[in-house]
Design a protein around this ligand. Structure first.
Ligand code: ADP
Ligand code: MG
Ligand code: MG
Length: 247
């Protein structure tokens, strides 16, 4: 589904990704772990097409389609969903407005009719309820004044509504307490653990992986995947730290 080959990218002329290769098949959940500054967030920004992140070599395809040639909104239309380490606040735009725009843009790109306000509200309410997000949060401006946990739940609501093919989730577990971690983990499993979908989880810690069991774990260090293994690799990293890998 996602095939990244020898990807190089720079930020502000500084090389960050230095030959990253990774393949993700439908039905698989992959985790990327690694020390601070390794390039984990850069990878998600590059795949999402964020301005300022320049690809200087290599390829990335989604279902055979050249992802890097697409405009960011076309990448989303192709089925890519990005969850951010720091979800943005959008004052003046209600959450429900934002979610509906996002879904209907997606449906339009897929050649489907937009959902009516009533139908959309039913979908949004069902997702919010499943994620334990207070329904009042749907009416408030996007993420404004939301706690860390509410922002992450909201992001999962968005993912549930969009129903993407591939989700790349950057430190979705950061700032979550144990209960929120379980809810978010359950949400990822419920929405994305399907034979035709895949997930790339970027995380510092093993704890999210107790809830969302990865099929593969990779270590990203200095812009490359330096080691890959199964779920046990995350436990080993937690025990021994990243330092042991560099040796
Ligand atoms: P990680 O998510 O693995 O902690 P990042 O991808 O956020 O790492 O960052 C990788 C490197 O790129 C870091 O050294 C960081 O300082 C640098 N970097 C990221 N964004 C910028 C930027 N906008 N300008 C300059 N350097 C940046
Ligand atoms: Mg970091
Ligand atoms: Mg990061």
């Amino acid at each position: 589904m996602l095939e990244i080959n020898n990807l190089h990218a720079t930020v502000a002329d500084k090389p960050i990704l230095k030959g990253l290769t990774l393949a993700i098949n439908p039905g698989e959940i992959h985790a990327i772990m690694g020390p601070n500054g390794a390039g984990k967030s850069t990878l998600s920004y590059v795949l999402g097409g964020r301005p300022g992140y320049e690809v200087t070599g290599g390829t990335a395809t989604l279902d055979g389609q050249d992802l890097l040639a697409l405009a960011p909104h076309d990448r989303a239309a192709a089925g890519l969903f990005l969850g951010f380490q720091y979800p943005v606040e959008i004052p003046g735009v209600s959450n429900v407005q934002f979610l509906r725009e996002a879904l209907n843009a997606q449906r339009k790109a897929r050649g489907e009719d937009p959902l009516s306000a009533g139908d959309f509200l039913r979908v949004a309410r069902a997702q919010a309820t499943a994620l334990g997000l207070d329904l009042d949060m749907l009416k408030r401006p996007v993420n404004v004044g939301f706690s860390g946990g509410e922002k992450k739940r909201n992001e999962m609501v968005q993912m549930g509504i969009i129903d993407p093919k591939l989700a790349i989730l950057d430190e979705t577990d950061s700032g979550l307490d144990i209960d929120a971690l379980r809810v978010v983990g359950d949400g990822i499993n419920r929405i994305m653990r399907k034979p035709d979908k895949a997930v790339l989880l970027i995380t510092h810690y093993q704890r999210l992986l107790d809830y969302v069991k990865p099929d593969f774990v990779h270590v990203l260090a200095d812009g490359r995947i330096v080691r890959s293994g199964g779920a046990e690799l995350a436990l080993e990293l937690e025990r021994e730290g990243y330092g042991a890998l560099a040796a």
